[in-house]
Each structure stands twice: as C-alpha cells, then as structure tokens.
Ligand binder design. Structure first.
Ligand code: TYD
Length: 133
C-alpha cells in the first residue's frame, strides 16, 4: 500500500485566474488549528527529518516545487509537489523529509493541532524502534 495520499484541490477558476479554498472537515479532512509556510529555502537545504505522533497535516506547494520523502519504517516513497492543486495528506506515524526546494517554493502546511514540540519524533532510530519494535 502506498504511503502517499494526495487530495486533488479543485480550483474555482474563471477568466480572472484561479482560487482554491481550503475548509476544515470539508475538503481538508481534519479541523485546521494552524497554518504555516516555508519559503526562502536556501539551495541544497533539506528540512523535516521528523515524524509526528498525533498531528495530521496537509502540505501544498502554493508556488514552486519541492520533493517529499515519506517513510513508515518499512518502505520509503517520494513525491514531488509541484502544483497548487495537489495536497499531500500526512496523517499516520510517518517520517517525512523535504528536499529539492526550488528558490520560489512556498510550501504551505495546514495542521490539526497547535505547535507542540512533544508531538515530534526527531530521531530516526527512535522512530524506527517505535514502528518496528
Ligand atoms: P522545524 O521543526 O525545524 O522545521 P522543519 O522540521 O519543517 O524543517 O521548525 C523550525 C523552527 O520553527 C523550530 O524552532 C520550531 C519552530 N516552529 C514553531 O514555532 N511553530 C511551528 O508551527 C513550526 C512548524 C515550527
């Protein structure tokens, strides 16, 4: 089974251009408590390198692109987010890394909870032990 769950976000376009609306418990399958975005990522920088115990997230590259690596301790998969209509759903205990940010990349993340450092697993060995141990 693939680790990659994507949601197709329907643009409400007309002759003026496009608009995408994200609504908690509607096209986003959780209650949205927090939004953050990652931008100005320097060349060669990779981010993430953690898993979350409970948090659900939806990642959308609003502009530019980046590549996600997802890892459940058994398999590893990669997906390039390169379109504002493509949402990547992260809802299980999954290790995530983000690589290959284009200079114009704005990666927006919707999250189901407020920021909580205790929800993070930042050590791969700890993560691996938790899912395989
Ligand atoms: P970090 O978790 O290192 O980013 P990433 O894993 O996506 O590469 O976050 C960078 C800093 O920002 C770190 O000091 C924690 C802080 N932070 C918040 O204060 N609130 C947030 O919602 C997030 C995501 C991070």
């Amino acid at each position: 089974m693939s680790l990659i769950k994507t949601i197709s976000l329907k643009p409400l376009g007309d002759e003026r251009g496009s608009l995408i609306a994200l609504e908690g418990n509607k096209n986003v399958p959780f209650n949205i408590k927090r939004v953050y975005y990652i931008f100005n990522t320097q060349q060669g920088v990779a981010r993430g390198f953690h898993a979350h115990r409970n948090l659900k997230q939806l990642a959308v590259c609003v502009t530019g692109s980046c590549r996600f690596i997802l890892d459940n301790g058994k398999q590893r998969e990669t997906i390039r987010l390169d379109n504002a209509t493509k949402g990547l759903l992260l809802e299980d205990l999954i290790w995530r890394e983000m690589h290959d940010f284009t200079p114009d990349c704005v990666l927006m993340i919707l999250a189901s909870e407020y920021y909580d450092e205790t929800d993070y697993i930042r050590d791969y060995a700890t993560f691996y032990e938790l899912v395989n141990g």
